[in-house]
Structure formats: structure tokens, C-alpha cells
Design a protein around this ligand. Structure first.
Ligand code: F6R
Ligand code: ZN
Length: 192
């Protein structure tokens, strides 16, 4: 890996970067326990292990001082009433932040702190979102037809803690409600 300055292009529309070192594809099977409607999840998975989201990563050393970049693409779709989304995570080094720049599509970033503070920020093309240190984050695609495409950048030493979110999910869910898109409380947190 070279330490010389470099450039790459993220052409629009499409946003497939001209440089890609790693391509991750997460399917329904990777989202076990995340969607609220587990019955529908099981039925959909039995039919087809559909692609939910993809990440194109630019490799850099995973150390403090470096910055990791890439493109995240969440495809349109729903499990029951809940829109397709990323798994979501805290950073292992919890006091590391992240910046997202929305390139295409419509959606939300669902966020929360370990203390239970929550935030759901709408994403649309041109919007920059700063995810402060300590905030877990999950991207949700709320368009019926279009991918939600974001560019992200975060510290090389951040790491990913998926385990905490895998237990109960996020406190807020984004669903296709009777009156349109709704942010609801995750019932799995009731009584906690
Ligand atoms: C990195 C980051 C993004 C996500 C990507 C996929 O810290 O937040 O690159 O990794 O949007 O989401 P996850 O990692 O939650 O599967
Ligand atoms: Zn992150």
C-alpha cells in the first residue's frame, strides 16, 4: 500500500468508486434478529436470501491517524413494515466519530448512545451528517425504488462493535406506517 497522496472518482449517478479494495455484500441471512417482524423475516429468507446492502471500501491501515473511506449502498425493500437497513454498530473505540455524505436516494441515519439518547436524521442527496463520538449508527433506505448511497469517512482505529446492537436492535425503528414513514419505539426495549 502506497503512502503517496491519491485520488479516486465517485461518478454520479451510480456512485461506484473508481478505486475499490474490498466489496462487502450483506444479505438477509446476515441480519438475523434485527428486523422486528421475525415471522416475515423467516418467510422471506426461506424464499430467497436477498441482498440488503453493499459496502465498497478503500483500504488504509486500521490505525490512529489514518482515515477509512468507502461507499455504502442500502437497497430498497422492507421486512414487514420495516425498511431495509444496515446492521449498525458502535465503534469499538467508542470516542471516534464518523462523517457521512449522502450522494443518492432517501433515507435516515438512526443513532443512539449507550445511555439511551436517540436521534434519527433524514438523509437526501447533498446532506452531510456528522456522527459524534459514542453514537451507534445505522443507515435506513426509505425509498421504494432508489438505493440510499452514502460516502463515509472515519478514523482508522475505530473498529466495529456489532454485538451490542445485535442483542435488541436500535431503540428507534423506521417503518412504512399507515400515514407514511414513521419513527417508532422498538418494542423490544419496553420495560428496560
Ligand atoms: C463504518 C461505517 C460504515 C458502515 C456501512 C455498513 O464505521 O459506519 O462504513 O460500516 O454503512 O454498515 P454496518 O457496518 O453496520 O454493516
Ligand atoms: Zn461506523
Amino acid at each position: 500500500m502506497s503512502d503517496l497522496p491519491f485520488t479516486f472518482v465517485v461518478p454520479l449517478p451510480g456512485a461506484l468508486p473508481s478505486r475499490v479494495d474490498n466489496h462487502i455484500q450483506r444479505r438477509l441471512s446476515a441480519m438475523q434478529g434485527q428486523f422486528l417482524d421475525q415471522v416475515t423475516y423467516g418467510k422471506m429468507l426461506a424464499e430467497d436470501d436477498r441482498l440488503v446492502y453493499e459496502v465498497y471500501e478503500i483500504h488504509r491501515p486500521e490505525i490512529a491517524g489514518e482515515l477509512l473511506m468507502g461507499i455504502s449502498i442500502v437497497h430498497p425493500g422492507k421486512v414487514g413494515r420495516e425498511f431495509y437497513m444496515t446492521k449498525g454498530h458502535f465503534h469499538t473505540v467508542i470516542d471516534t466519530a464518523e462523517v457521512y455524505y449522502c450522494l443518492e436516494g432517501e433515507g435516515f441515519m438512526v443513532m443512539e448512545t449507550p445511555e439511551g439518547e436517540t436521534s434519527v436524521e433524514p438523509l437526501s442527496p447533498g446532506k452531510v451528517l456528522y456522527v459524534p463520538p459514542r453514537w451507534a449508527h445505522r443507515s435506513v433506505c426509505s425509498s421504494r425504488q432508489q438505493d440510499l448511497i452514502t460516502f463515509f469517512i472515519y478514523p482508522g482505529n475505530a473498529g466495529h462493535d456489532y454485538g451490542t446492537i445485535e442483542q435488541l436492535g436500535f431503540r428507534k425503528l423506521v417503518v412504512d406506517g399507515e400515514h407514511g414513514i414513521e419513527m417508532i419505539d422498538n418494542p423490544r426495549y419496553q420495560g428496560r
